[in-house]
Design a protein around this ligand. Structure first.
Ligand code: FEO
Length: 408
């Protein structure tokens, strides 16, 4: 295997041997404007160990980076922390070709890898808390079921105090910056938040439990090495505290307006509502769904106290972009927010009622009275849009404008 690509030293005897996917822009429905990385790690202990693999098309990049340190055939152990294909896609072929002595996964991981690739019989299932002896070091396995798959686990390299956290604490961001302190702080926070909102948000109660489990374990963590994005070495405390905030659903005085329009009337309504919210000291994120991606809407909802959705009626139903976004957000289960609906229509005008129904199904508390405008809003309907903005603002009164020490 050529050494086109090189491993990156994480610390003495531990290397990043993953792949950088500069070109991906759609990760199962999540917009990845700056690509992503599939991280794998090589631990040069007495038992040489590979933590996770990569998405199958990137196998040569993985092998090349491993080969810059050691012959892949000399890898003794492989640990699969997560069975999703971006980390296990090359696992079966790797096992067949290089015959590592042992391959470990959680119990659910063994099942999932059997279901995906028919390789379950070649794996060893580890228990929660089990220690894998690497001779000169050891890995402690901690189950993190439903973060974000049933098989998910993390592993802690005791001698180096590194937590290999699979998807947790990750982000989709392609970069040569392998550590958090090599990447602009605003990019780090934005991409980590977007990742949390789109991948982990529905499992926030589990995140709380896992954070407690990590805290209670007494394990000292010097680095967090996730399966996407940079390794956290300077900002370990920061990312742990952000996860605690996101999992606790701490919200601020911010409303997200998500809408689309056929002939501009719903847009006018959205802008009047936004203006009214702004006059009431509420921060507004305005997303025109004809151009804004559903996953960016999810990202905005990570700290917003309100979601206000607008749609024209087309053939008796929601505008397609609005339906797409709402069904996506429904799956992410944002809790603790208030909602409102508005939109223009020509004759039957079902969309606003359908938005309201969907918001109710999402257990979102409705604020104010929804507004429907026939064809073009004017006069009292413009005033009702302003009133809707004020009503939503009232419901956010108890929330902070910003979090302590932070600007929005
Ligand atoms: Fe990065 Fe859940 O896979």
């Amino acid at each position: 295997m050529s050494e086109t690509f090189k491993a990156v030293r994480i610390t003495d005897g531990v290397y990043w041997v993953g792949a950088i996917d500069w070109n991906i822009r759609n990760f199962h429905g999540y917009s990845t404007y700056s690509g992503t990385t599939y991280n794998a790690y090589l631990v040069m202990a007495e038992k040489v160990t590979l933590i996770d693999t990569v998405k199958e098309p990137f196998k040569n990049e993985l092998l090349s980076r491993i080969s810059s340190v050691i012959d892949p055939g000399k890898i003794d152990y492989v640990v699969s922390n997560h069975a999703e294909m971006d980390h296990s896609g090359y696992l079966g072929e790797f096992i067949e070709k290089y015959r590592p002595e042992k391959v470990f996964a959680s119990k659910k991981g063994v099942e999932a890898l059997e279901d995906h690739f028919g390789i379950g019989d070649q794996l060893i299932a580890v228990d929660d808390g089990e220690k894998i002896d690497l001779g000169s070091d050891s890995l402690i396995c901690l189950e993190t079921k439903m973060l974000h798959w049933p098989d998910s686990m993390v592993t802690y390299l005791a001698g180096k105090k590194i937590l290999f956290s699979q998807d947790g604490f990750g982000m989709h961001h392609a970069s040569y910056g392998r550590f958090d302190d090599m990447i602009d702080e605003n990019i780090l926070k934005r991409e980590a938040a977007k990742y949390y909102a789109n991948i982990l948000l529905p499992f926030s109660p589990v995140v709380k439990k896992v954070l407690k489990k990590i805290g209670d374990s007494g394990l000292e963590i010097e680095m967090i090495a996730p399966d996407h994005g940079p390794v956290w070495r300077s900002g370990v405390e920061k990312i742990l505290s952000l996860y605690d905030r996101w999992a606790s659903r701490e919200l601020r005085k911010k409303a997200v307006i998500a809408c689309d329009s056929m002939w501009g009337s719903t847009t006018v309504m959205a802008r009047v509502i936004g203006q009214s919210l702004s006059e009431s000291d509420v921060d507004v994120a305005y997303l025109n769904l004809s151009t804004a991606h559903r996953s960016d809407l999810a990202a905005e909802l990570i700290d917003a106290g309100a979601l206000i959705v607008g749609s024209p009626t087309i053939n008796g139903t929601l505008f397609p972009t609005v339906a797409d976004a709402l069904y996506y957000i429904r799956g992410l289960k944002p809790t603790g927010i208030v909602g409102a609906a508005f939109g223009s229509y020509g004759w039957s005008g079902e969309a606003v009622g359908q938005i309201t129904e969907l918001l109710e199904k999402m257990n979102i508390d409705l604020a104010g009275e929804s507004v429907r405008a026939k064809y073009v809003p004017s006069g009292h309907l413009i005033e009702r849009c302003s009133e809707l903005g004020r009503e939503v603002a009232k419901r956010l009164e108890a929330l902070p404008k910003n979090f302590p020490g932070e600007k929005p």
